[in-house]
Design a protein around this ligand. Structure first.
Ligand code: SAM
Ligand code: SF4
Length: 359
């Protein structure tokens, strides 16, 4: 088994900035296919407290030298530029595991100051959230998505290579108590936990959380993903339908990747009884993608599957103005590829795995 721990091609030299030939004089993050990126994902670390088999290698990713990580102030500056100059409407912190970063509260606080009023969200595995949920909310974090694939402790341990389910559940309770609502739960569809899906949905409904299943993408560091083995949205619907009556509702909004079903048979004690499915592989939504990504080392990544990254950290540390940084970011997004191409002839997996990109 090989492990993908390489680094993508990164454009560092301003002399080889991405081509903007044909780009209209637009302020926003437009690309050649008419899409406009407004949803910013910022990865803040490669470190993680879990080792999910669909994401991380068993030994974790190689550590990024501390000086190579963007600082809290640098992250906030880029968030501010995205919001003020580039039309970014929402920011999500991710990783690796954001809660492993000691200065997470500072990152949120400075970002909230740099982009007043913008929704600031975080995707997390929930471990350690019990100690920081209240401080994060106070600092300006507005939404939390917790990743949880099963409520079966043994299955959780096997999938994440860590026996930490109780810590995740404590984190979810703390997020509720701190007022993060609606709390969203993300679950990656895996064959070994497929039969746990109805129980996970019942658990989410009983706890007033909105559950969304995500088809597994070929972004695991171990490169074990196989199209023939992955669980599809259709297969999940069959399994859920054995316990719940599901009625399709459609997408929350056209750019939302999740298709939503009403769950009539669920024990909806709190919150709306719905379940979402993000069929990233079998019903790709690349044509409506509105995402732009900044990696923990400060490169712009226009697509999860595009290894061509453009460095902003070097420019930023060399004293570039906000306008210069915004221009480089725009140029990077103009080159965004049409789609992930999974299943197409000639598809090549990206060099980075999910934990190294920021999901
Ligand atoms: N550690 C945090 C967490 O797990 O929520 C944030 C980073 S994680 C990379 C972000 C999201 O990506 C999680 O919801 C995770 O389940 C999802 N993810 C990771 N690997 C994936 C894969 N191969 N396919 C689909 N989703 C994946
Ligand atoms: Fe860590 Fe999140 Fe990747 Fe799991 S999905 S290994 S929690 S970064």
């Amino acid at each position: 088994m090989t492990t993908a721990l390489g680094m993508p091609a990164i454009r560092r030299d301003p002399a080889v900035a991405p081509s903007t030939a044909g780009r209209p004089d637009a302020a926003g993050l437009v690309d050649r296919f008419g899409r406009v990126a407004r949803d910013l994902r910022v990865s803040i670390t490669e470190k993680c407290s879990l080792r999910c088999t669909y994401c991380m290698p068993a030994d974790g990713l190689p550590a990024i030298p501390r000086d190579d990580l963007l600082s809290a102030a640098e992250i906030a500056r880029l968030v501010g530029i995205g919001w003020r100059s580039l039309g970014v409407k929402e920011v999500r912190f991710t990783g690796g595991e954001p809660l492993t970063r000691g200065d997470l509260v500072e990152i949120v606080r400075l970002s909230a100051l740099a982009a007043p009023g913008i929704p600031l969200a975080m995707t997390t595995n929930g471990i350690g959230l019990d100690r920081r949920a209240a401080a994060l909310r106070e600092a300006g974090l507005t939404r939390v998505n917790v990743s949880l694939d099963t409520v079966d402790r043994e299955h959780f341990s096997r999938l994440t290579r860590r026996d930490r389910l109780p810590a995740v559940l404590r984190g979810i309770s703390a997020a509720h108590a701190a007022g993060f609502a609606p709390l969203k739960i993300n679950a990656v569809l895996m064959r070994e936990t497929l039969s746990d899906a109805p129980e996970l949905l019942a658990w989410a409904l009983a706890h007033g959380a909105q559950l969304r299943f995500i088809e597994q993408m070929p972004l695991d560091a171990d490169e074990a993903w196989q199209r023939s083995e992955m669980v599809s949205a259709a297969e999940l619907l069959d399994v859920l339908s054995s316990r719940f009556a599901l009625t399709p509702i459609g997408r929350d909004d056209p750019s939302s990747p999740a298709e939503v079903w009403a769950v009539d048979g669920g024990p909806a004690q709190r919150g709306p009884a719905t379940v979402g499915i993000i069929a990233s592989v079998t019903r790709s939504f690349c044509e409506a993608c509105d995402r732009t990504r900044i990696t923990a080392e400060g490169t712009v990544r226009s697509c999860l599957f595009g290894d061509d990254e453009t460095d902003l950290r070097g420019l930023l540390r060399a004293g570039a103005t906000d306008d210069e940084l915004a221009d480089r970011w725009r140029a990077a997004m103009w080159g965004k590829q049409a789609g992930h191409g999974i299943g197409a002839a000639g598809f090549v997996r990206p060099v980075r795995s999910m934990g190294g990109i920021g999901g």
